[in-house]
Design a binder for this molecule. Sequence first.
Ligand code: BG6
Length: 489
Amino acid sequence: HVESTLSITVVGASGDLAKKKIFPALFALYYEDCLPKNFVVFGYARSKMTSEELRNMISKTLTCRIDKSANCKDKMDQFLKRCFYHSGQYDSEEHFSELDCKLKEKEVGKLSNRLFYLSIPPNIFVDVVRCASLRASSANGWTRVIVEKPFGRDSESSGELTRCLKQYLAEEQIFRIDHYLGKELVENLSVLRFSNLVFEPLWCRNYIRNVQLIFSEDFGTEGRGGYFNNYGIIRDIMQNHLLQILALFAMETPVSLDAEDIRNEKVKVLRSMRPLQLEDVVVGQYKGHSKGGKSYPAYIDDPTVPQDSLTPTFAAAALFINNARWDGVPFLMKAGKALHTKRAEIRVQFRHVPGNLYKRNFGTDLDKATNELVLRVQPDEAIYLKINNKVPGLGMRLDRSDLNLLYRARYTREIPDAYERLLLDAIEGERRLFIRSDELVAAWDLFTPLLNELEERKIAPELYPYGSRGPVGAHYLAAKHNVRWGDLS
Ligand code: BG6
């Protein structure tokens, strides 16, 4: 039995994502004894810093979320001792070979596995994988590379990025992260459906009227305008996070829970969908607004955003899957920044009960009597099912009540951050929650014609006030498909 070392190199160590998510997730894994006995963490970035300074920097964002005892503080110190820093350019073979020497010093005499997290803009991914020779970085173990979106801006640029990466990496080495797949409730989607008899038989066009995937944030693009303006909400949230959830939701039963079986089914869903057209979407952009003596900026007030920007900060879309299970069922997506609330949820609206005996108790609005299953991904994770119920009493009055599984009431355990699960999966070589290249191609093929058209025809987004419920156009879009947004009713 050969002892192994795991080294985790965070490239772009001084960036926001690294500080806020990656280092804290690594610490949480360490705290939970999920990391191997021999491991080291390296930060790599251009800024000049000592290892001590890196430790100082990351210690500020590590949290003892699991327990707040002194034990956690000790663990934190032990973790920080395993963290090192190397400063270098992203396109310098020399600097990466210095890093390689440092890694080797820690790896002596052992099987060495290396994980690189490229927490840097995608336009420098290729420089890094080339200069760091990541294809065969570790002589006697595996080398895996985690990359995070944006993977291009459209089919063409994404294809180009994939081709370039594959010059220097094998597909099995590439772990394309979509952090929404690491969220507890998203993982639970398959459990709910495939292990409960009361759901799977209903999971089709015969019983489901529409599915809604909703993402909203109650803050704008503050500080990220430079990045955001080049992408917009469709590329930032819909083409990846919401579409991935949709694929998981709608896939056929996979042969097994193996990564390839699941991803085979997901890609089939994506390829069964009709590419979006202009009439399938509504786009919006937030404008400034004053409320309670406080004023909120417009998107274009961001100094890094051009005054005439048409970039959508909100979009609603109707998608359809052309297969036997889902033919005609609208999958509605809605994503926006600077809305009235922060929330992500999946809502499944069921059909009316045929010949409902209690029809008259609902007046003319039968929609009020349909069952709705809601998975609240965040915040305050919950799964609830809206059912009709008799209000206790002598009369026959009905109301809609919830069968409610509220996580914080049911489970005492903290819900891990998505990055914890995904990092652990990458370390264990579990690819189920990572995006395969054919999924990425299919996802871009769905959205690229629309994105081109929006840009070529300079479609002006509908303005909505910061902190509002978004453009009215979203209601018309839903109404066109006989749908009402569940989060607003
Ligand atoms: C990122 C987007 O992928 O997801 C951000 O680029 C967005 O714009 C973020 O704010 C939302 O993630 P979470 O986990 O905070 O819901």
